[in-house]
Design a protein around this ligand. Structure first.
Ligand code: BES
Ligand code: MN
Ligand code: ZN
Length: 502
């Protein structure tokens, strides 16, 4: 990864005697006024800065910023004035974006920067500063582990120390402890998605998940033999064409009393999806290294919950397999018996994610009797056709859970859109030879996939997030430049924090 960002918080006082060095960032709203503390920090240069804002026709909108280089009578190398728009409208997710926008404005190679978290006529809560820090940290992420040289003229990466100057630094620090855990969870998920499949195969994924023991997560790894004993033939069938063994990893964070029923998160972890014998076309196939985005999210989430000591019992289960064509690979027409006992006719070996999830969902439900199950999977290309990359598809058998996920999505900016389920879709996956088939044809492809999964959850409240459009190949945003987005970690952390803790 790129050079680390160290986040700090310090008390901001109007005396501003400890003059910040490096880059100084101040905020303003559409009035173009500054808060008292920002005013004090800018004082000797205030007229020059006002002229710079005017010269740039700056309107203080969220997303806009003006750079003033080497302002006279200030020790800093530059002042960045960042707009926040209408201060009274600012939501948590705006502070997150703002943090990302500020981080992006810092010139490459910046070692020291301070942000004065202050707005005219209002006190900005410490939690908003922590949210900005989260945005800055996520924006600064880049996956360059495999780059051995820089482009000509590119600044040498340097560790950045980013200090937020706030009124209530104790509150900001407390809020950051939890946010930092989430930031690290997102970074872990992004790293896993970005990692190539020759490095991240199922056994390696399991080893990385074992790393969560460091934050107090119990980790169990099930290999081919264990899975065969459990009867996970649907999952094993997907992996049987690969020389890599399959793995199911069970991660448990126990942050509540032993009596408290756990919540469960299940992830599709296809470390590479060639399509198998129903092989995919060559163009773009390299993207299928990210077909484990659901499992990456679950791993990042369990990390975050443990690292922030969430008061919840949570189980994360990931099904890790590689889908390859080979002499040993499963064929179209094969019939497999899932762990549930239900039989599945394989029509298309490229509809493999649902086969993996069928067994993992069933296992999760039987073993843990969870309060709910949420699964995440890069399941269908059809969800990209339906929703593009702005929303993940949400399918659920429970309106309360669906509503909570939708609300957490809006709050975090990781948005979901509810899609239908219904018995009418069942006939599309009826099989002539087995209890069901693994594809339902082109129409409603994401729905028939979800309808298939529903057969493995019984009455457990359950939601399925089809993240094929959001987990990878992500459009850039103010808080993300990475191909693997780590989508879902913040959303599900928020779901737990708002509805299932304590
Ligand atoms: N992993 C793919 C879905 C996918 C597509 C993820 C694009 C990310 C980007 C999944 O295993 C798959 O191949 N689905 C098939 C299902 C079909 C054969 C019924 C699809 O969507 O075409
Ligand atoms: Mn596939
Ligand atoms: Zn797949």
């Amino acid at each position: 990864m790129s050079e680390p960002v160290t986040i700090q918080f310090a008390k901001l006082s109007a005396k501003a005697d400890a003059a910040p060095k490096g880059v100084l960032v101040v905020l303003t709203d559409e009035t173009l006024a500054f808060g008292k503390l920002a005013q004090a920090a800018l004082k000797p240069s205030a007229p020059a800065i006002a002229r710079a804002l005017d010269a740039d026709r700056f309107k203080g909108r969220l997303g806009g910023a003006v750079d003033v280089l080497a302002p006279e009578k200030l020790a800093v190398s530059r002042v960045i004035v960042a707009g926040v728009g209408k201060a009274e409208d600012l939501k948590e997710s705006d502070y997150l974006r703002l943090g990302g926008i500020i981080a992006a404005r810092l010139p490459a190679g910046t070692r020291e920067a301070s942000v004065v978290v202050d707005l005219p006529g209002r006190t900005v809560p410490g939690s908003a500063a922590a949210e900005m820090a989260l945005g800055a940290k996520l924006r600064s992420y880049s996956f360059d582990r495999y780059k051995t040289r820089r482009k000509e003229g590119e600044a040498e990466p340097a560790p950045l120390s980013l200090t937020f100057l706030v009124g209530d630094e104790a509150m900001a620090r407390r809020a950051w402890t939890a946010r930092e855990a989430v930031a690290d969870g997102v970074v872990l998920a992004r790293d896993l998605v970005n990692e190539p499949s020759n490095v991240l195969d199922p056994p390696e994924f399991a080893r990385r998940a074992e790393g969560l023991r460091a934050v107090g997560v119990e980790v169990e790894v099930l290999g081919d033999e264990d899975l065969a004993k459990l009867g996970m033939r649907a999952l094993l069938g997907v992996g049987q064409g690969s020389i890599k063994e399959s793995r199911v990893v069970v991660m448990r964070w126990n942050g509540a009393s032993a009596k408290s029923q756990p919540v469960a998160f299940i992830g599709k972890g296809v470390t590479f999806d060639t399509g198998g014998i129903s092989i995919k076309p060559a163009a773009g196939m390299e993207d299928m290294k990210g077909d484990m985005g659901g499992a990456a999210c679950v791993t990042g989430l369990l990390y975050a919950l443990a690292a922030r000591k969430a008061k919840v019992n949570a189980v994360g289960i990931i099904g890790c397999v590689e889908n390859m064509p080979d002499g040993a690979a499963q064929r179209p027409g094969d019939i497999v018996a899932s762990m549930s006992g239900q039989t599945i006719e394989i029509i298309n070996t490229d509809a493999e994610g649902r086969l993996v999830l069928a067994d993992v969902l069933w296992y999760a439900k039987e073993r843990f009797k969870p309060r709910f199950m949420v699964d995440l999977a890069t399941l269908t290309g059809a969800i990209l056709v339906a929703l593009g990359q702005e929303h993940a598809g949400l399918f659920a058998n429970d309106d309360k859970l669906a509503g909570e996920i939708a609300a957490a999505g809006l709050a975090t900016g990781e948005k979901v859109w509810r899609m239908p389920l219904g018995p009418e879709y069942d006939k599309l996956i009826d099989s002539r030879f087995a209890d069901m088939k693994n594809t339902g044809g082109r129409n409603g492809g994401s729905i028939t996939a979800a309808q298939f999964l529903q057969r493995f959850v019984d009455k457990t409240p359950w939601a399925h997030l089809d993240v094929a459009g959001t987990a990878m190949s992500s459009p850039t945003s103010d808080i993300n430049r990475s191909w693997g987005s780590g989508w879902g970690v913040r959303l599900l952390d928020k779901l737990v924090a708002d509805y299932y803790e304590g």
